[in-house]
Design a binder for this molecule. Structure first.
Ligand SMILES: *[C@@H]1O[C@H](CO)[C@@H](O)[C@H](O)[C@H]1NC(C)=O
Ligand SMILES: *[C@@H]1O[C@H](CO)[C@@H](O)[C@H](O)[C@H]1NC(C)=O
Ligand SMILES: *[C@@H]1O[C@H](CO)[C@@H](O)[C@H](O)[C@H]1NC(C)=O
Ligand SMILES: *[C@@H]1O[C@H](CO)[C@@H](O)[C@H](O)[C@H]1NC(C)=O
Ligand SMILES: *[C@@H]1O[C@H](CO)[C@@H](O)[C@H](O)[C@H]1NC(C)=O
Ligand SMILES: *[C@@H]1O[C@H](CO)[C@@H](O)[C@H](O)[C@H]1NC(C)=O
Ligand SMILES: *[C@@H]1O[C@H](CO)[C@@H](O)[C@H](O)[C@H]1NC(C)=O
Ligand SMILES: *[C@@H]1O[C@H](CO)[C@@H](O)[C@H](O)[C@H]1NC(C)=O
Ligand SMILES: *[C@@H]1O[C@H](CO)[C@@H](O)[C@H](O)[C@H]1NC(C)=O
Length: 403
């Protein structure tokens, strides 16, 4: 009996190791878009090394503990109808499960890059896609005149972040601004603000000493009103694969005080990530989850190295951590009905998860993203070019030339 138990145990351990080793590892990528839907972070598309643009849909389920060494990636069985990069994603606040993918660049049939014409919706429950036929989405001039927005309109820009606060202000940080002399990174002391209630622009000049100007960084909003930015590229060189690390990697904008205040924390190097740009950042339970992107360094890089790792940052204690702890524990295994990339990963999920029925956690950004889409989609999508989700910088060369 004992021997049987022991061998069974050994077998379990062996298959555990085997399965863990065979865990699905996604290709490195950048310019994907990400969005948090209930407990899952979805990643759509992006530029991968193997196939250039990808239509892959991946997700990480945060209802079970997440470990940076072995994240349980799941590839959704159905990809985006087309291969896309630099798309904006936002969540419907009507059902909290439908994701809208808007704009970006797509590969058309002859593999030519085009500005994506279509809006897709993704039902995260059924994995079904629908295509929405839209008109007039991209015309900056039409949107400007219809909204009668003439005062304080900022210069057109790309690769910035747009973060919606709970007081209906969208905060624009960084990015490339278009000027007569070309494109230059926006000074971090210049904060552009769009008020969704009064439909008006304003700007704020604040001290940003020691925070290098950057584009292709990320921004997440904490529930106590701090915007945490990470990464980005500080070079004025516009080729997307030419990058230079922007220092510091992490900076914090306090929006609960007027004028807003930048601060730089003293963050331990333990578990700290590679410096990145064109990555994704989402926030869940006070943990900022960074994924993918181009790895930057202190020397100008003209060829890009892509990342497929994830990194976790505790936004309350300002420390990088290697894993998240489960929000609640339970002996009931989580459902493994989603189709995983291989049978092995379903088994791995069943074995490794085992715990973790999460509470229903909603971040402000979710509510707001959906809200903003429905109420202000024209504004978000046309006036400001292509604002990212609350956390992802978007670059759309197709809208750059409109002033
Ligand atoms: C995809 O990669 C191939 C081979 O590197 C290259 O020739 C092609 O131009 C790339 N396509 C795009 C759209 O970048
Ligand atoms: C979606 O989330 C919002 C914000 O928590 C909530 O008020 C609303 O009831 C949810 N809607 C559905 C259909 O679950
Ligand atoms: C979108 O609608 C227009 C007008 O109804 C139609 O001409 C066009 O073919 C439609 N495009 C797609 C992609 O369905
Ligand atoms: C946008 O609309 C304006 C005004 O109707 C028009 O002059 C312009 O050609 C349009 N631009 C594009 C790219 O369609
Ligand atoms: C940003 O603007 C501030 C204030 O105008 C200025 O002191 C600082 O040198 C600028 N930084 C850069 C990188 O240009
Ligand atoms: C809005 O955010 C602030 C922090 O910036 C917080 O103190 C306040 O409770 C929030 N208000 C609502 C209605 O969520
Ligand atoms: C933000 O500003 C408020 C008001 O001055 C202050 O109480 C709070 O500690 C600040 N937060 C951070 C993270 O600096
Ligand atoms: C940052 O923290 C480390 C370790 O706690 C400490 O040794 C160092 O002096 C701190 N640096 C600054 C500028 O506060
Ligand atoms: C792309 O793949 C090739 C061959 O596997 C490799 O040499 C190259 O470093 C990869 N490039 C990036 C950016 O990952």
């Amino acid at each position: 009996m004992n021997i049987l138990a022991n061998s069974l145990c050994l077998l379990l351990i062996q298959s555990f190791i085997f399965i863990s080793v065979c865990q699905f590892v996604p290709d490195p990528r950048y310019e994907q878009t990400s969005i948090l839907v209930n407990t899952k972070i979805y990643f759509f598309g992006g530029y991968t090394n193997n196939s250039n643009f990808t239509n892959e849909v991946l997700y990480l389920d945060l209802s079970s503990p997440l470990n940076t060494n072995e994240p349980l990636w799941v590839k959704n069985p159905i990809g985006i109808p087309s291969e896309e990069v630099l798309t904006t994603s936002c969540l419907s606040n009507i059902d909290n499960s439908t994701v809208f993918l808007i704009g970006g660049q797509a590969l058309e049939q002859a593999k030519q890059i085009i500005n994506a014409q279509l809006v897709y919706t993704f039902n995260s429950i059924t994995s079904q896609w629908t295509t929405i036929n839209t008109t007039g989405f991209y015309n900056y001039s039409i949107a400007l005149s219809s909204l009668n927005l003439i005062n304080n309109v900022p210069t057109s820009r790309v690769s910035y972040t747009a973060t919606l606060l709970n007081n209906s202000l969208i905060i624009y940080i960084g990015g490339f601004a278009q000027s007569d002399s070309g494109k230059t990174n926006v000074n971090m002391s210049e904060i552009q603000i769009f008020n969704l209630k009064s439909l008006s622009w304003s700007s704020m000049q604040i001290n940003a000493d020691k925070i290098e100007s950057r584009n292709a960084h990320s921004a997440v909003l904490t529930n106590d009103g701090r915007i945490i930015i990470f990464g980005g590229s500080s070079t004025d060189e516009t080729a997307r694969r030419t990058t230079l690390r922007a220092r510091p990697d992490v900076a914090v904008l306090n929006t609960t005080i007027l004028p807003y205040e930048w601060s730089i924390q003293n963050i331990s190097l333990a578990n700290s990530p590679q410096s990145l740009c064109y990555h994704s950042a989402e926030i869940y339970n006070n943990i900022m989850i960074i994924a993918f992107g181009i790895i930057t360094s202190d020397q100008l890089q003209t060829t890009a190295t892509f990342n497929n790792k994830i990194y976790l940052f505790d936004v309350q204690n300002y420390v990088w951590v290697s894993s998240t702890s489960p929000t609640t524990t339970s002996t009931i295994p989580t459902s493994t009905t989603e189709q995983t990339s291989s049978n092995n990963s379903s088994i791995a999920l069943a074995i490794e998860i085992g715990i973790g029925v999460s509470g229903f956690i909603i971040t402000l950004s979710l509510i707001i993203a959906g809200f903003a889409y429905y109420k202000y989609r024209k504004l978000r999508k046309t006036i400001v070019g292509m604002p990212g989700t609350d956390s992802y910088p978007i670059e759309t060369p197709g809208t750059e030339s409109h002033k």
